[in-house]
Design a protein around this ligand. Structure first.
Ligand code: BT5
Length: 261
Protein backbone atom coordinates (compact mmCIF):
# COMPACT_ATOMS: atom_id res chain seq x y z
CA UNK A 1 0.00 0.00 0.00
CA UNK A 2 1.52 3.31 -1.04
CA UNK A 3 1.43 6.29 1.27
CA UNK A 4 -1.22 8.88 0.40
CA UNK A 5 1.46 11.38 -0.42
CA UNK A 6 2.32 9.24 -3.47
CA UNK A 7 -0.80 10.69 -5.09
CA UNK A 8 1.02 13.97 -5.45
CA UNK A 9 3.29 12.40 -8.00
CA UNK A 10 0.92 10.24 -9.96
CA UNK A 11 -1.76 12.80 -10.71
CA UNK A 12 -1.52 15.52 -13.30
CA UNK A 13 -0.18 18.36 -11.17
CA UNK A 14 3.35 19.80 -11.24
CA UNK A 15 6.09 17.91 -9.38
CA UNK A 16 6.84 21.18 -7.54
CA UNK A 17 9.25 19.73 -5.01
CA UNK A 18 9.11 22.57 -2.51
CA UNK A 19 6.25 24.65 -1.08
CA UNK A 20 8.23 27.87 -1.21
CA UNK A 21 9.10 28.55 -4.84
CA UNK A 22 12.87 28.58 -5.11
CA UNK A 23 14.96 28.38 -8.27
CA UNK A 24 17.19 25.35 -8.55
CA UNK A 25 20.68 26.83 -9.06
CA UNK A 26 20.69 29.46 -6.31
CA UNK A 27 22.72 29.93 -4.17
CA UNK A 28 25.80 28.47 -5.82
CA UNK A 29 29.24 27.53 -4.54
CA UNK A 30 31.82 27.05 -7.28
CA UNK A 31 35.26 25.51 -6.80
CA UNK A 32 38.14 25.50 -9.27
CA UNK A 33 39.25 22.27 -7.62
CA UNK A 34 37.58 20.20 -4.92
CA UNK A 35 37.29 16.63 -3.71
CA UNK A 36 33.70 15.78 -4.68
CA UNK A 37 30.80 18.19 -5.23
CA UNK A 38 28.46 15.60 -3.64
CA UNK A 39 30.58 15.61 -0.50
CA UNK A 40 30.65 19.42 -0.28
CA UNK A 41 26.91 19.69 -0.99
CA UNK A 42 26.18 17.10 1.69
CA UNK A 43 28.16 19.07 4.26
CA UNK A 44 26.47 22.30 3.16
CA UNK A 45 23.02 20.68 3.45
CA UNK A 46 23.80 19.51 7.00
CA UNK A 47 24.68 23.13 7.79
CA UNK A 48 21.99 25.28 6.16
CA UNK A 49 21.89 24.97 2.34
CA UNK A 50 18.35 25.71 1.10
CA UNK A 51 16.39 23.71 -1.46
CA UNK A 52 17.90 24.39 -4.89
CA UNK A 53 21.43 25.25 -3.71
CA UNK A 54 24.13 23.90 -6.00
CA UNK A 55 27.83 23.06 -5.80
CA UNK A 56 29.88 23.02 -8.99
CA UNK A 57 33.55 22.40 -9.72
CA UNK A 58 35.93 22.69 -12.65
CA UNK A 59 37.84 19.71 -11.31
CA UNK A 60 37.19 16.96 -8.78
CA UNK A 61 40.06 15.08 -7.17
CA UNK A 62 37.81 12.44 -5.60
CA UNK A 63 34.67 12.31 -7.77
CA UNK A 64 32.57 9.30 -6.85
CA UNK A 65 30.14 6.99 -8.58
CA UNK A 66 27.98 4.27 -7.05
CA UNK A 67 29.53 1.87 -4.53
CA UNK A 68 32.50 4.19 -4.09
CA UNK A 69 33.66 3.84 -7.69
CA UNK A 70 35.74 6.65 -9.16
CA UNK A 71 34.24 9.33 -11.39
CA UNK A 72 37.00 10.59 -13.68
CA UNK A 73 36.73 14.40 -13.63
CA UNK A 74 39.05 15.91 -16.24
CA UNK A 75 39.79 19.54 -15.26
CA UNK A 76 37.68 22.12 -17.11
CA UNK A 77 36.18 19.61 -19.54
CA UNK A 78 33.07 18.35 -17.83
CA UNK A 79 30.12 19.28 -15.68
CA UNK A 80 30.50 18.32 -12.02
CA UNK A 81 27.30 19.42 -10.34
CA UNK A 82 25.48 18.60 -7.10
CA UNK A 83 22.04 19.91 -6.16
CA UNK A 84 20.55 20.10 -2.68
CA UNK A 85 16.86 19.15 -2.79
CA UNK A 86 14.52 19.34 0.15
CA UNK A 87 11.33 17.77 -1.24
CA UNK A 88 8.24 18.56 0.81
CA UNK A 89 6.39 15.71 -0.80
CA UNK A 90 6.98 12.01 -1.06
CA UNK A 91 9.93 11.83 -3.43
CA UNK A 92 12.63 9.18 -3.43
CA UNK A 93 16.31 9.50 -4.38
CA UNK A 94 15.80 7.11 -7.31
CA UNK A 95 12.95 9.30 -8.60
CA UNK A 96 15.34 12.21 -8.39
CA UNK A 97 17.78 10.26 -10.58
CA UNK A 98 15.06 9.93 -13.22
CA UNK A 99 14.29 13.65 -13.02
CA UNK A 100 17.93 14.69 -13.38
CA UNK A 101 18.46 12.19 -16.21
CA UNK A 102 15.58 13.70 -18.22
CA UNK A 103 16.90 17.23 -17.57
CA UNK A 104 20.40 16.19 -18.72
CA UNK A 105 19.10 14.48 -21.89
CA UNK A 106 17.11 17.55 -22.87
CA UNK A 107 20.08 19.85 -22.15
CA UNK A 108 22.41 17.75 -24.31
CA UNK A 109 19.89 17.76 -27.17
CA UNK A 110 19.51 21.54 -26.92
CA UNK A 111 23.30 21.92 -27.05
CA UNK A 112 23.98 19.79 -30.14
CA UNK A 113 22.31 17.72 -32.79
CA UNK A 114 22.33 14.54 -30.71
CA UNK A 115 19.84 12.02 -29.42
CA UNK A 116 20.30 11.33 -25.70
CA UNK A 117 19.21 8.13 -24.04
CA UNK A 118 18.99 6.85 -20.50
CA UNK A 119 20.18 3.54 -19.14
CA UNK A 120 18.43 2.69 -15.88
CA UNK A 121 19.35 3.26 -13.15
CA UNK A 122 21.70 6.22 -13.59
CA UNK A 123 23.47 6.50 -16.95
CA UNK A 124 23.14 9.03 -19.77
CA UNK A 125 24.14 7.72 -23.19
CA UNK A 126 24.95 9.18 -26.59
CA UNK A 127 25.12 6.64 -29.42
CA UNK A 128 25.19 3.82 -26.86
CA UNK A 129 28.17 5.31 -25.01
CA UNK A 130 28.26 6.68 -21.48
CA UNK A 131 28.39 10.47 -21.54
CA UNK A 132 27.22 10.99 -17.97
CA UNK A 133 26.27 9.43 -14.67
CA UNK A 134 24.05 10.40 -11.77
CA UNK A 135 24.45 9.75 -8.07
CA UNK A 136 21.57 10.68 -5.77
CA UNK A 137 21.49 9.91 -2.09
CA UNK A 138 18.94 10.67 0.59
CA UNK A 139 19.56 11.76 4.16
CA UNK A 140 16.89 10.36 6.44
CA UNK A 141 16.06 11.57 9.96
CA UNK A 142 13.92 8.94 11.63
CA UNK A 143 11.40 8.19 8.88
CA UNK A 144 11.52 11.62 7.28
CA UNK A 145 13.63 12.53 4.28
CA UNK A 146 15.70 15.57 5.35
CA UNK A 147 17.32 16.22 1.96
CA UNK A 148 18.58 14.61 -1.23
CA UNK A 149 21.96 15.30 -2.79
CA UNK A 150 21.59 14.92 -6.54
CA UNK A 151 24.96 14.73 -8.29
CA UNK A 152 25.65 14.55 -11.99
CA UNK A 153 28.80 14.26 -14.04
CA UNK A 154 28.57 15.01 -17.76
CA UNK A 155 31.47 14.68 -20.19
CA UNK A 156 31.51 17.73 -22.45
CA UNK A 157 34.88 18.37 -24.11
CA UNK A 158 37.03 15.34 -23.20
CA UNK A 159 39.02 13.54 -25.86
CA UNK A 160 39.30 9.73 -25.89
CA UNK A 161 42.51 9.56 -23.84
CA UNK A 162 40.96 11.65 -21.10
CA UNK A 163 38.20 9.17 -20.32
CA UNK A 164 38.40 5.74 -18.65
CA UNK A 165 38.28 2.54 -20.71
CA UNK A 166 35.05 0.58 -20.19
CA UNK A 167 34.30 -2.90 -21.60
CA UNK A 168 30.64 -2.15 -22.38
CA UNK A 169 28.94 1.19 -22.93
CA UNK A 170 32.34 2.91 -23.44
CA UNK A 171 32.83 6.44 -22.17
CA UNK A 172 32.31 9.36 -24.52
CA UNK A 173 31.87 13.14 -24.42
CA UNK A 174 29.47 15.51 -26.13
CA UNK A 175 32.40 16.81 -28.17
CA UNK A 176 33.28 13.35 -29.45
CA UNK A 177 29.74 12.85 -30.71
CA UNK A 178 29.01 16.36 -32.01
CA UNK A 179 32.51 16.93 -33.43
CA UNK A 180 32.87 20.35 -31.86
CA UNK A 181 33.79 22.04 -28.60
CA UNK A 182 31.06 23.25 -26.27
CA UNK A 183 30.82 25.86 -23.55
CA UNK A 184 30.66 23.81 -20.33
CA UNK A 185 28.88 26.56 -18.37
CA UNK A 186 26.31 26.96 -21.14
CA UNK A 187 25.38 23.25 -21.00
CA UNK A 188 25.30 23.42 -17.19
CA UNK A 189 22.83 26.34 -17.34
CA UNK A 190 20.65 24.32 -19.71
CA UNK A 191 20.58 21.43 -17.22
CA UNK A 192 19.47 23.85 -14.47
CA UNK A 193 16.83 25.45 -16.70
CA UNK A 194 15.45 22.02 -17.52
CA UNK A 195 15.40 21.03 -13.85
CA UNK A 196 13.37 24.15 -13.11
CA UNK A 197 11.08 23.44 -16.06
CA UNK A 198 10.57 19.84 -14.95
CA UNK A 199 9.41 21.01 -11.53
CA UNK A 200 6.41 22.50 -13.36
CA UNK A 201 5.63 19.27 -15.23
CA UNK A 202 3.74 16.32 -13.84
CA UNK A 203 5.52 13.24 -12.64
CA UNK A 204 3.66 10.82 -14.91
CA UNK A 205 4.97 12.67 -18.00
CA UNK A 206 8.55 12.88 -16.72
CA UNK A 207 8.60 9.25 -15.71
CA UNK A 208 7.20 8.37 -19.12
CA UNK A 209 9.93 10.39 -20.87
CA UNK A 210 12.59 8.53 -18.89
CA UNK A 211 11.10 5.22 -20.04
CA UNK A 212 10.85 6.38 -23.67
CA UNK A 213 14.53 7.26 -23.57
CA UNK A 214 15.65 4.08 -21.76
CA UNK A 215 17.64 1.80 -24.07
CA UNK A 216 16.71 -1.72 -23.02
CA UNK A 217 13.00 -1.79 -22.16
CA UNK A 218 11.29 -4.78 -23.77
CA UNK A 219 14.60 -6.57 -24.25
CA UNK A 220 16.23 -9.55 -22.55
CA UNK A 221 18.93 -8.31 -20.20
CA UNK A 222 21.30 -9.61 -17.56
CA UNK A 223 21.22 -7.68 -14.31
CA UNK A 224 23.79 -7.99 -11.55
CA UNK A 225 22.75 -7.13 -8.02
CA UNK A 226 24.74 -7.97 -4.88
CA UNK A 227 26.87 -10.63 -6.62
CA UNK A 228 23.77 -12.33 -8.06
CA UNK A 229 22.88 -12.25 -11.72
CA UNK A 230 19.33 -12.26 -13.02
CA UNK A 231 18.15 -12.71 -16.60
CA UNK A 232 14.82 -11.65 -17.94
CA UNK A 233 12.81 -9.23 -20.01
CA UNK A 234 13.05 -5.64 -18.78
CA UNK A 235 9.36 -4.78 -18.61
CA UNK A 236 9.10 -1.29 -17.24
CA UNK A 237 10.36 1.23 -14.74
CA UNK A 238 7.64 2.01 -12.26
CA UNK A 239 6.70 5.43 -10.90
CA UNK A 240 8.95 4.95 -7.88
CA UNK A 241 11.95 4.32 -10.16
CA UNK A 242 12.15 0.53 -9.72
CA UNK A 243 12.91 -1.75 -12.67
CA UNK A 244 10.57 -4.70 -13.22
CA UNK A 245 12.23 -7.78 -14.70
CA UNK A 246 10.28 -10.82 -15.90
CA UNK A 247 12.56 -13.74 -15.00
CA UNK A 248 11.96 -17.50 -15.32
CA UNK A 249 10.84 -17.39 -11.66
CA UNK A 250 8.37 -14.56 -12.16
CA UNK A 251 8.42 -10.78 -11.87
CA UNK A 252 11.15 -9.16 -9.75
CA UNK A 253 11.51 -5.50 -8.79
CA UNK A 254 14.94 -3.85 -8.54
CA UNK A 255 15.92 -0.49 -7.09
CA UNK A 256 19.52 -0.72 -8.31
CA UNK A 257 21.80 -2.98 -10.30
CA UNK A 258 24.30 -3.26 -13.13
CA UNK A 259 23.16 -4.09 -16.62
CA UNK A 260 25.55 -6.92 -17.49
CA UNK A 261 24.76 -7.73 -21.11
C1 BT5 B 1 27.95 7.00 -11.92
O1 BT5 B 1 28.37 5.95 -11.14
O2 BT5 B 1 27.82 6.97 -13.10
C2 BT5 B 1 27.64 8.27 -11.13
C3 BT5 B 1 28.64 9.34 -11.38
C4 BT5 B 1 28.29 10.62 -10.64
C5 BT5 B 1 29.39 11.64 -10.75
C6 BT5 B 1 28.98 12.99 -10.22
S1 BT5 B 1 30.10 14.24 -10.62
C7 BT5 B 1 29.35 15.33 -9.56
C8 BT5 B 1 29.01 14.55 -8.32
N1 BT5 B 1 30.12 14.52 -7.41
C9 BT5 B 1 30.61 13.27 -7.24
O3 BT5 B 1 31.58 12.96 -6.52
N2 BT5 B 1 29.87 12.41 -7.97
C10 BT5 B 1 28.82 13.09 -8.70
P1 BT5 B 1 28.51 4.46 -11.66
O4 BT5 B 1 27.26 4.02 -12.33
O5 BT5 B 1 28.96 3.68 -10.47
O6 BT5 B 1 29.63 4.54 -12.74
C11 BT5 B 1 30.99 4.62 -12.39
C12 BT5 B 1 31.79 3.96 -13.50
O7 BT5 B 1 31.71 4.80 -14.66
C13 BT5 B 1 33.27 3.83 -13.18
O8 BT5 B 1 33.54 2.61 -12.54
C14 BT5 B 1 33.89 3.90 -14.57
O9 BT5 B 1 33.83 2.65 -15.22
C15 BT5 B 1 32.96 4.81 -15.32
N3 BT5 B 1 33.43 6.20 -15.36
C16 BT5 B 1 34.20 6.88 -14.47
N4 BT5 B 1 34.36 8.14 -14.87
C17 BT5 B 1 33.69 8.27 -16.04
C18 BT5 B 1 33.50 9.34 -16.95
N5 BT5 B 1 33.98 10.55 -16.73
N6 BT5 B 1 32.75 9.08 -18.04
C19 BT5 B 1 32.20 7.87 -18.30
N7 BT5 B 1 32.37 6.82 -17.48
C20 BT5 B 1 33.10 7.02 -16.36
Amino acid sequence: MLPNRFLFLTCAIPVSLHNIKRMIGEPRQHFERTTSTNLIAHQWAIEDAPHGAIVTASEQTAGVGRRGREWVSTPGKGIYLSIVLRPQKYFLPQQCTLLLAVAACRALEESADVCAQTKWPNDILLQGKKVGGILCSGEWRQDELAFIIAGIGLNINQTTGELPARPIYPATSLRQISGKEHDVEDVLQKVLLEMNALEQENWAAIHDEFQQRCIFLGEVIGLREDNKKYFGIAQRIDEEGFLWLRTADGLRRFVNGEIAE
